[in-house]
Design a protein around this ligand. Structure first.
Ligand code: GLC
Length: 672
């Protein structure tokens, strides 16, 4: 049997060249059956395509082919191994990339107040869509929108009637989907409010529960009580008075940590847990990028229903009616809470597997003096939970604007945060006064400078970027249920319409003269459009600092070190090992100018140059480090160059979330 096809070109040579005696071979024959005269030169036959195996072997065994071939072979092996080793080294040495929620501020939109497109005086989803350019202008990538679920609006959306629907006031599901698609197209992430603690009393579940439907009867917390004095114990609602309400239909009391129109769900019922985790699937399945977990510390309460201890044991029990009258030993942060959050985190992780699709979880819990309770919401190396709990401690800043006080608040977080976790900073939201009012507008730019140069993520409540102030509200104007009995508790002042321009209704509603809350009268000058044209505006400063933070490694990945603090000044630096460039921040929180002597800090050059001041006239100014001058309320950002790193000699004054060093030669970061 003849193997293969004959090569006519070779046939010509067959038999003519005495040096080659090709033996036709059958399948058993080995290649060494080719008889070759080893001393003969085969100069007439050149290698050619289709050359039979025997001749090929003849050539390939010659040293001039064999040696280079072997060299090439081993070179390839060596290169491959080197590449594999390099890849493994680079992977092993690379610090993890920062995720989207670490790279950008989280901007909070209160949808009623952002932008109204249909002229009813209330903002809507189409309005948010219309204003997306604002975020691109500011280089903000993460947007948290307060609730827009279907709701009777007793607590302006935090009382949800249907978790799977959009309130018509804000638009339709199609509007939502369009908004999300457009945001994703622009590389913007959408964070939604998730409100697990309670529903609206108009929710279908509550209606079925109060009418005794067996499946729903334990969806809420019901206890027997006396109709004429419906107080099974002394527990009080966050909005004041008893947290129990008698229901005429079921003839029992139900529990509500907030309004009586916001009955608490019973998370000891596995069906309730399932309903809520199904909701997470529902919204993440639609593509939502993150959830803000609302009021979670209230999710469980003790089943024994014992009275909570009074803060003032001598106060008559009938006068106990506010949150601050009791120690909430039985109604907040109960056992089981963290397990539940971890269950939800696991659901979120299912949707986090694709690159760039990490789903972010932020926790809302006001723990006041008990910061250690807040810290428990962070993940641990073994168990995943929140990416961070909101840091509400800077909300106390206005109590005492001084360098020492601000440092104490910053350090409260930094020194309690578990190692390796990511910080965050909140100075205002829809529940708390605007910082420009509470701390004073003179300090607002400096506070923004601090937020954007501290390590971690800043949350920006809409309008903070332009220094919006609280509005004044009279008792007659109160909309917020929390202010119904006491105007000073109303949250309306910080919820006034966003100030876009100096046009009709500050550009919030250009269709009619309606706004659900009055505008702040300063909108003629304090608005986005006007500030865009002014280089020295708080908006221009916010934009500059946010860009700088995102592009400068020391500011988003570097060490944070306390440098100097006194009654006036809070000062720190940001540096990265391996990188000469570093930043010094000097913030004056006093009511008068200060001259700070930093000459003992040997890591600083003797002359300092101001990269940016909150007072434009001081941009570019030079000053000796022995005399760093700041005006009252002024913030200075100083860029400098230094080979000696402050953190090397002052570990106890420095923090870093994930240690990384810069390798200048390759322009990369590595774990060090
Ligand atoms: C959260 C919200 C607040 C709301 C409460 C009840 O604390 O931030 O606005 O009133 O939950 O849902």
């Amino acid at each position: 049997m003849e193997l293969g096809s004959r090569n006519p070109a070779f046939e010509e040579d067959e038999g003519k060249n005495p040096a080659i005696q090709v033996t036709k071979f059958d399948s058993e024959e080995k290649c060494d059956s080719v008889k070759l005269d080893p001393d003969e030169e085969y100069s007439q036959i050149k290698p050619y395509a289709g050359m039979p195996k025997e001749v090929l072997l003849l050539y390939s065994s010659q040293a001039r082919y064999k040696v280079p071939r072997e060299i090439l072979f081993w070179l390839t092996v060596a290169c491959t191994l080197t590449l594999v080793a390099l890849t493994i080294t680079v992977i092993a040495l690379s610090p993890p990339c920062l995720s989207w929620w670490q790279m950008s501020p989280v901007y909070q939109i209160y949808p009623r107040s952002f932008k109204d497109t249909n002229g009813d005086g209330v903002g809507d989803l189409k309005g948010i869509l219309e204003q997306l350019d604002h975020f691109q202008y500011l280089n903000i990538k993460a947007i948290w929108i307060s609730p827009f679920y279907r709701s009777p609006m007793k607590d302006f959306g935090y009382d949800v009637e249907d978790f799977r629907d959009i309130d018509p006031l804000f638009g339709t599901m199609q509007d939502f989907e369009e908004l999300l698609a457009e945001m994703h197209k622009r590389d913007l992430k959408l964070i939604m409010d998730f409100i697990p603690n309670h529903t609206s009393d108009k929710h279908r579940w509550f209606n079925l529960s109060r009418s005794g439907d067996p499946h729903y009867s334990d969806y809420y917390i019901w206890v027997d009580c006396n109709a004429s004095n419906p107080k099974p114990n002394n527990w009080v609602s966050i909005f004041g008075n008893s947290s129990w309400t008698y229901d005429e239909v079921r003839r029992q009391c139900y529990y509500h940590q907030f309004l009586k129109e916001q009955p608490d769900l019973n998370f000891r019922n596995p069906n309730v847990r399932k309903e809520l985790s199904d909701l997470i699937h529902f919204w993440l399945g639609k593509g939502v990028d993150g959830l803000r977990m609302d009021a979670v510390k209230h999710i469980f309460e003790a089943q024994h229903l014992r009275d909570e201890p009074q803060v003032d044991p001598n106060k008559p029990p009938e006068e106990i009616n506010t949150e601050f009258d009791l120690h909430h030993d039985y109604t907040t942060t109960q056992v089981g809470l963290h397990d539940l959050l971890r269950e939800w985190r696991a659901v979120m992780d299912i949707y986090s597997r694709e690159p760039g699709r990490y789903r972010f979880m932020v926790i809302e819990s006001y723990d006041y003096q008990e910061v250690e309770k807040t810290m428990m919401y962070y993940s641990t190396p073994l168990v995943k939970e929140g990416d961070f709990p909101f840091n509400f401690y800077l909300l106390y800043l206005p109590q005492n604007t001084s360098g020492l006080w601000v440092k104490a608040l910053v350090d409260l977080w930094m020194s309690n945060m578990p190692k390796g976790q990511w910080a965050n900073w909140v100075v205002g939201n829809h529940d708390r006064a605007r910082i420009a009012s509470s701390a004073g507008s003179a300090y607002a730019p400096t506070i923004n400078m601090m937020l954007l140069t501290l390590p971690g993520t800043v949350t920006t409540y809409y309008g903070e970027e332009i220094g919006m102030q609280n509005i004044n509200i009279t008792q007659d104007e109160v909309q917020d249920p929390a202010g119904r009995y006491n105007v000073s508790l109303s949250r309306d002042p910080q919820r006034s319409p966003m100030q876009w321009s100096n046009e009709l209704n500050a550009g919030f509603n250009l269709q009619s003269n309606l706004t659900w809350l009055p505008l702040h009268p300063d909108y003629k000058t304090v608005n986005v459009e006007t500030q865009k044209t002014d280089e020295s505006s708080i908006l221009a400063q916010y934009r500059y600092l946010n860009n700088l933070r995102q592009f400068e490694l020391p500011l988003h990945r570097g060490w944070f070190c306390y440098i100097y603090t006194d009654a006036s000044v809070f000062s720190y630096l940001r540096e990265l090992d391996g990188l000469n460039k570093a930043f010094l921040v000097v913030l004056n929180f006093a009511k008068e100018a200060a001259v700070t002597d930093l000459s003992s800090i040997k890591e600083l050059p003797s002359q300092l140059n101001v990269l940016m001041s909150t007072l434009q006239v001081n941009n570019g100014k030079n000053m000796p480090k022995s005399q760093v001058k700041t005006e009252a309320g002024e913030g200075l950002l100083i860029q400098f160059s230094s080979n000696i790193k402050f953190n090397h000699n002052h570990q106890d004054q420095c923090y870093v979330s994930e240690k990384a060093c810069y390798l200048g030669a390759l322009g990369i970061l590595y774990k060090c």
